[in-house]
Unconditional design. Structure first.
Lengths: 111, 109
């Protein structure tokens, strides 16, 4: 089954404790992205990647890192999480101008 | 001005009603257009692509007006299960996906 998976789905952590949210897709898509979704602000892109070892900042990259060592994986790293990073996070993948597929989301709470 | 703008709603309609959403985009070079549906706290999923000639999928009709730079989604004979947030999505010239903030629809019995 074609899909985008994210882990963990839910996470409660404390300020400053490094965390990684994993994302994997099995569709051989070139493009992968991370978004955060907050009430009233819609989906905002954090980082995106056009292929292996090619990443670039989205609209709200501060406080986040990503890597793309393999085509299928695109982890999101929060080196020192802060409460303003409490949000719903979505990973997504697509081919060029094709349909974008989203992962199920990760609900992160930073205390 | 936002690149993609939608009326956030909420639109509260009775079952069986016809409801229309509009979305405007600012970049005249935008290339592709989509409507996504998002249920509460879940991931957005593609509802339908929007073609220049307009397209229909059952009760759903999408239209594109390039001259006025807007796209629309019409839902006929609304069902309770249509309650969701509808996201307008535009590919801009640089190949970046731009999302509208979404229009919330609530269909009541």
């Amino acid at each position: 089954e074609a899909q985008v998976t994210q882990n963990p789905r839910y996470l409660i952590t404390v300020t400053g404790k490094k965390l990684t949210v994993t994302c994997s897709q099995n569709m051989n898509h070139e493009y992968m992205s991370w978004y955060r979704q907050d009430p009233g602000l819609g989906l905002r892109q954090i980082y995106y990647s056009m292929n292996v070892e090619v990443t670039d900042k989205g609209d709200v990259p501060e406080g986040y890192k990503v890597s793309r060592k393999e085509k299928r994986n695109f982890p999101l790293i929060l080196e020192s999480p802060s409460p303003n990073q409490t949000s719903l996070y979505f990973c997504a993948s697509r081919r060029a101008s094709d349909t974008q597929y989203f992962g199920p989301g990760t609900r992160l709470t930073v205390l | 001005r936002k690149e993609v703008e939608q009326d956030p709603g909420p639109f509260n309609v009775p079952e069986g009603a016809t409801v229309a959403f509009n979305c405007t985009y600012s970049n005249s070079a935008s290339q592709s257009f989509f409507w996504y549906r998002q249920d509460c706290r879940k991931e957005p999923k593609l509802l339908m692509s929007v073609y220049s000639s307009g397209n229909e999928d059952g009760r759903f009709t999408a239209q594109l007006n390039r001259a006025s730079q807007y796209i629309s989604l019409l839902i006929r004979d609304s069902k309770l299960s249509d309650s969701a947030t509808y996201l307008c999505v535009v590919y801009n010239q640089g190949g970046k996906l731009i999302f509208g903030q979404g229009t919330e629809l609530s269909v009541k019995p």
